[in-house]
Every structure is written in structure tokens, then in C-alpha cells.
Design a protein around this ligand. Structure first.
Ligand code: GTP
Ligand code: MG
Length: 377
């Protein structure tokens, strides 16, 4: 007799519940893309409506049954909720379903852990994982083991070790924070050198998959990784480019934003995002062909506010004009300032206008003000 196949850890049931908020379809679609980006091979989506989360299972008990049946049919080893689960809800679900249950934050952390390339990126991801763990450790080991082992792994050394491990985690977090401080310091030195040279710094920001890296490559003739994947870029890449009208400009491509970016991640990525915060000009890249483009742009603005970058001069870049059918060109506000550039990083249409917009920002840039430290001295 052939034994029943073990559940496939690369197959997942995705759960996206509607609490009466708009754009539920987009949310479910985004979860599927996140799962693809994390390497989930096969998935089905279970959706549903609720007034508010159930305290025990997050979903209602009927929905949990439906999830169980879907998991059985797919032989899925993993269930992924598009929401933040409490440790108790996660544990109850794992027990009830007999499968690994991840929530949205863990899924995003998994992707970040897979993608981090530079030392700084790796340190940031590890810190975010440990931060999350330290709040969950009392509850059991399975989360730690899973985070270490990647998607779908469960089991671990057992509760007795917890006290010891809490201390080890705290020590490790201290070391990682120290390392990040060093990275940050080094970056500060580079930044001051740049400021002395009066070079305009421009950062590309925007929702993940908006086309930032493609645009960066077009602007800087570089070869940053571009991919139809969420969070293709995790680390900041910086290049100097020469614009005839504006001289040398420093352009940075960085990590994309997403709705409900896990808080620990924002904290851990603060150092990288600081690059963004200190830029003279932000190019906010929007995927103009995405149905949820307005919501995505609003989510990016929210994160920018959170990292104190809301006041930096900004040009909206409506990218993928080729796919959305928009006419490449420039839109100005009532004072004649460029507000929005419609363009396609893929075809290059509108790229000259964008270069013009950067040059204009360079020319009209306010002279650097004194930093608060200088003023109080
Ligand atoms: N049709 C069209 N597709 C584009 C355009 N620009 C980028 N893309 C595609 O959009 C996808 C995402 O592009 P990336 O440049 O990797 O996007 P990103 O904003 O850097 O994404 P992350 O690094 O994941 O945050 C890729 O498949 C690109 O080929 C464009 O102007 N038109
Ligand atoms: Mg990118």
C-alpha cells in the first residue's frame, strides 16, 4: 500500500478576510503575490466576511473548518493569514488545523530573510525576527524553529530552554543593534561628505513592484535587480549620474513599501530608510497600471510620514504609462511646479521629462539649512 503523502510545505491555503474595508479583492491578490514571492508553489485562497476577529481563531469556527478542508484537498502544509494573529490565535489554529500557520508579518519576514544580500540587510532582518520572537517565546518554541528553518518547519528543543534562550536572544539583539549603529555612523560620514559637495541626492521610493529598480537602471545605466516579484530589492543601491542641466546627482534605489509594513521591520530598516529621509528630493514611483494605485500611493505616504520624510520635496512618477495607456508628460501645480511625471521606465517614454524634473528640482532647491545640532551649539 502506498502511504499517504506528507503535507507539502510549499503548498498553502491563503486566508484573506473582509472586515468591510474597501479593496478586499486587491488585498487577496496581493497576498497571493506575496506567497509567490516567498516561494509557495501552489495555493488556494479562502476568503470570507466578518464583523470583527474571533478571539480564539481569528476566523469563525465554520471558516476554520473550510480552511481545513481546503488544506486537505491541496495537501497543503501551510496556512497563511493576511492579517496579524496573536500568539494564542496562531497556536490555536495550528492545533486545530494540524498545519503550520503563518500570519502576514511572518510571511513578509520570510521574504525579507530570503532576499537580504548585504550585511546590513541581513542584520536588519535578523533583528526584526528576533524582536518578534522575543515577544512570543513564552508561548512555545515552534515559532522560533520555524523562523530559523523557513517555511513550513515545526518542532523544536522544548520549553525548558526558554529562559536561557531569552537571554541569548537579548544578547544577540544587543550585538545586532551595535552593528547597525556602526553602519549608520558610516553612512552619516558619507552623507556629510556628499552634503559638502552640494550634490543633489534623489531617492526612489514607492510601493513594492512599482518599477523603482527599472527606473533606477534607466536613469543610471545600472543593473539593479528588477523582477516581477514583491520585494525584489531589499538593500539600497546608490549611483552618481550626470545631468547636463544639473550636474552630478546621487540617485538611490531602495526597499519598496507595502500596506501594513510590519512595525518591527520599519524599526529595523530605519537605518536604510534614513537614506530616504535625508534625500533632497523623493521620486515617488507609482504603478499607474495597478487597480489599487491610489491606495498604494496613500500607503507609501503614510510610511514616509512615519519615518519623518513627509516634508521632503517630492515628485510623483506615474510609471508604466505604456501599460495604463496614459500619455507620457509632465503635470504642473498652480505655481508651475512639477507635480507629476507620466512615463514608462520600460520603454523610456517620458524619461527625458523626468530628467528635466530632477534638474528643475536641483536648480530650485533651497540652500541647505543648519542642522539642529549646529543651531544649539
Ligand atoms: N509595463 C511596464 N512594466 C514595468 C515598467 N517598469 C517596470 N515594470 C515591470 O514591473 C515589475 C517590477 O519592476 P521593479 O523595477 O523590480 O519594481 P520595484 O519597484 O523595484 O520592486 P521591488 O524592488 O520589489 O519593491 C518588473 O516586472 C518590471 O519589468 C514600465 O514602465 N512598464
Ligand atoms: Mg526594486
Amino acid at each position: 500500500m502506498i502511504p499517504a503523502a506528507a503535507p507539502d510545505s510549499q503548498a498553502a491555503v491563503l486566508v484573506s478576510l473582509d472586515f468591510g474595508d474597501a479593496a478586499q479583492e486587491d488585498a487577496a491578490e496581493e497576498l497571493a503575490r506575496l506567497a509567490d514571492s516567498a516561494g509557495v508553489g501552489r495555493h488556494v485562497t479562502v476568503s470570507g466576511k466578518r464583523q470583527r476577529p474571533d478571539p480564539k481563531f481569528y476566523a469563525g469556527s465554520g471558516k476554520v473548518q473550510e480552511i481545513g478542508l481546503a488544506a486537505e484537498a491541496l495537501n497543503a502544509g501551510t496556512v497563511i493569514f493576511n492579517h496579524a494573529l496573536s500568539p494564542a490565535q496562531q497556536r490555536n489554529l495550528e492545533k486545530e488545523l494540524g498545519r503550520t500557520v503563518l500570519d502576514r508579518t511572518e510571511l513578509i519576514l520570510t521574504i525579507f530573510a530570503q532576499r537580504a544580500k548585504t550585511n546590513e540587510g541581513k542584520v536588519q532582518v535578523e533583528l526584526a525576527q528576533l524582536e518578534r520572537l522575543s515577544t512570543r517565546l513564552v508561548r512555545g518554541w515552534s515559532h522560533l524553529e520555524r523562523q530559523r528553518g523557513g517555511l513550513g518547519k515545526t518542532g523544536g528543543p522544548g520549553e525548558k530552554q526558554i529562559e536561557l534562550d531569552r537571554r541569548m536572544i537579548a544578547d544577540r539583539m544587543r550585538i545586532l543593534k551595535g552593528k547597525l549603529e556602526q553602519f549608520r555612523h558610516r553612512r552619516g560620514v558619507q552623507r556629510r561628505a556628499r552634503a559638502r559637495g552640494e550634490v543633489l541626492s534623489v531617492s526612489l521610493v514607492g510601493y513594492t513592484n512599482a518599477g523603482k529598480s527599472t527606473l533606477f537602471n534607466a536613469l543610471a545605466h545600472a543593473k539593479a535587480r528588477e523582477a516581477d516579484q514583491l520585494f525584489a530589492t531589499l538593500d539600497t543601491t546608490t549611483r552618481r549620474i550626470w545631468l547636463p542641466e544639473a550636474g552630478t546627482v546621487v540617485v538611490s534605489d531602495t526597499v519598496g513599501f507595502i500596506r501594513d509594513l510590519p512595525h518591527g521591520l520599519v524599526a529595523a530598516f530605519r537605518a536604510t530608510l534614513e537614506e530616504t529621509v535625508r534625500a533632497d528630493l523623493l521620486l515617488h514611483v507609482v504603478d499607474s497600471a495597478a487597480p489599487a494605485r491610489d491606495q498604494q500611493a496613500a500607503d507609501v505616504d503614510k510610511v514616509l510620514d512615519e519615518i519623518d520624510a513627509g516634508e521632503i520635496p517630492k515628485v510623483l512618477v506615474w510609471n508604466k504609462a505604456d501599460a495604463s495607456g496614459l500619455q507620457p508628460g509632465v503635470e504642473r501645480d498652480e505655481y508651475g511646479k512639477i507635480r507629476r511625471v507620466f512615463m514608462s521606465a520600460r520603454t523610456g517614454a517620458g524619461l527625458a521629462e523626468l530628467r528635466g524634473a530632477i534638474a528643475e528640482a536641483a536648480r530650485t532647491r533651497p540652500t541647505r539649512t543648519f542642522s539642529p545640532e549646529t543651531i544649539t551649539q
